[in-house]
Design a protein around this ligand. Structure first.
Ligand code: ADP
Ligand code: MG
Length: 344
């Protein structure tokens, strides 16, 4: 062992990815976009091929004490399909690799794959391969998704232009708030196993955490409306973190308004119950898998009546200025405080 040892937590997840990226250059002309977007883009005839991978690790990304294993299978596929939607593409195939310890039974694997199958059917993707291996402890699921999009329709993280409108789908902060509920019920259960959790009131939030959906419907609706986003990303780490990715990659700054950020009333009330600020849950919660995108100002009219697309701000030219305008009209700098699994 060398004397020099640096902690990964000093770099964080994004710093580590940047460090890996710097060591590689693309040598094939068919590798159009490599590391750094929601999916890689590969030249393949008229359409481009989109490829993305996501890994879920027991104890880090999920807790089987409150996650039904079939929901986990569904979610593992949905979050991958979401990365293809985030490129404005359509997912077509997945490969699924699993590592299992002897704690898992055949029935558990059947249930996992029942969820995977339900997601494949819902998103119309084919399971075309994978890998199976054992693990010393716990379950690991790694999924690769393949998708397709017309070259000119692909939405990268780096395409946002000055004066573009910032749009977000659905509502935010629900998955994070749902996680708080599940964690609290787990504590209650551990301290008194006779207590049955009462989750009825939190059904929407818990559902958003356990069974998120990829917004493939939005890709379809945008196509119908004749709108191609100038930039797009899915919200896996939290709105703030994803906004900063778009700003940094596009070389622009942005401004969003607190009163425009969509937050469901259940999220709002439950956040208050947990003594959390609802806007913080929306900005930094993560795992909502909604789409965040920018459009040319002239396209706003075409989707202004869409019930599930919200206009939350705009792009400006002042690069380092990424701010939230609060309800009190105070400009607060946006900070990424999303999921960082390497936090010390
Ligand atoms: P997302 O949140 O959309 O899944 P990530 O933040 O996980 O995206 O990844 C950002 C980019 O970095 C993607 O292009 C991904 O393929 C790439 N990436 C992540 N981890 C690695 C790795 N260990 N080696 C190479 N590329 C990676
Ligand atoms: Mg993504």
């Amino acid at each position: 062992m060398s004397e020099n040892r640096s902690e990964i937590s000093q770099l964080g997840e994004f710093g580590l990815i940047d460090r890996i990226r710097e060591k590689f250059t693309l040598v094939n002309a068919t590798s159009l976009t490599g590391i750094g977007d929601d999916a890689a883009v590969i030249e393949a005839g008229d359409d481009n091929l989109l490829v993305s991978t996501d890994m879920l690790v027991e104890g880090i990304h999920f807790d089987l004490s409150y996650t039904p294993i079939h929901h986990l299978g569904y979610k593992a596929v949905a979050v991958n399909v979401s990365d293809i939607a985030a490129m404005n593409g359509r997912a077509e195939q997945v490969t699924v690799s699993i590592a299992l310890s002897n704690r898992f039974s055949i029935e558990a694997v059947d249930a996992l794959y029942a969820g995977i199958k339900a997601a494949c059917e819902n998103y119309k993707v084919d399971l075309v391969g994978g890998d199976t291996t054992s693990s010393a402890s716990g379950l690991v699921i790694s999924i690769t998704v393949l998708g397709r999009a017309k070259k000119e329709k692909i939405a990268y993280r780096n395409g946002a232009k000055v004066n573009d409108i910032i749009c977000v789908t659905g509502d935010l902060g629900a998955a994070f708030t749902g996680l708080q509920v599940l964690e609290r019920e787990k504590e209650v259960y551990l301290s008194d196993p006779g207590m049955q959790p009462n989750l009825e009131k939190y059904e929407y939030l818990v559902g958003r955490q356990l069974k998120p959906e990829a917004r493939t419907d939005i890709v379809f609706d945008l196509e119908e409306a004749g709108v191609t986003p100038t930039a797009m990303i899915d919200i896996s780490d939290g709105l703030a973190s994803e906004l900063l990715h778009i700003a940094k990659n596009s070389g622009v700054g942005l401004r969003i308004y607190e009163d425009k950020v969509p937050i469901d009333h259940a999220t709002y009330e439950t956040a208050i119950e947990f003594k959390l600020d609802p806007i913080t849950c929306a900005l930094n919660g993560g795992e909502d898998y909604e789409l965040l995108f920018t459009i040319a100002k002239g396209d706003q009219e075409k989707i202004k009546n869409h019930p599930d697309i919200h206009f939350i701000g705009y792009i400006h030219e002042r690069k380092s200025e990424n701010v939230l305008i609060t309800k009190q009209e105070i400009a607060v700098p946006l900070r990424a405080q999303g999921w960082d699994h390497f936090k010390a």
